[in-house]
Design a protein around this ligand. Structure first.
Ligand code: SF4
Length: 122
């Protein structure tokens, strides 16, 4: 089982800039390049009984970290495929991932029934 890249128990250097794909080690697991590997601020998962305003601010801060992460796409797909039920993964909250998954399911049903895709899914 893959552990969330943003567990504080995992320690790694934090890259400050997006790493070009061609410079990345293609054999290394994607999470080894996760910008959030040291989530010392606790941005990616909600503490219990978090007020809504605090949650929204925390999630936006987590998304800003994700925006500069070189493995955003891999992380997002991992979270969608599992699916990961909690936390911010790949720049999406759990609620946003549920929307993407619902769109994908609708697209797949439409494609199966008509042979034509509906609007693009995330
Ligand atoms: S996209 Fe975000 S949650 Fe995923 S590894 Fe990068 S920083 Fe962490």
């Amino acid at each position: 089982m893959l552990h969330p890249p943003h567990q504080s128990s995992q320690v790694a250097a934090v890259p400050q800039q997006r790493v070009p794909v061609r410079d990345r080690d293609q054999d290394a697991p994607w999470h080894t390049e996760a910008v959030c590997r040291r989530d010392e601020a606790g941005l990616f998962f909600a503490p219990s009984k978090e007020p809504t305003a605090a949650r929204l601010a925390r999630e936006e801060a987590a998304k800003r970290v994700c925006a500069r992460c070189p493995v955003l796409v891999e992380c997002r797909e991992h979270a969608l495929l599992q699916p990961e039920p909690y936390g911010v993964w790949g720049g999406l909250t759990a609620a946003e991932r549920r929307v993407v998954l619902a769109r994908r399911r609708r697209r797949d049903v439409e494609l199966k029934n008509t042979g034509r895709p509906v609007a693009a899914a995330g």
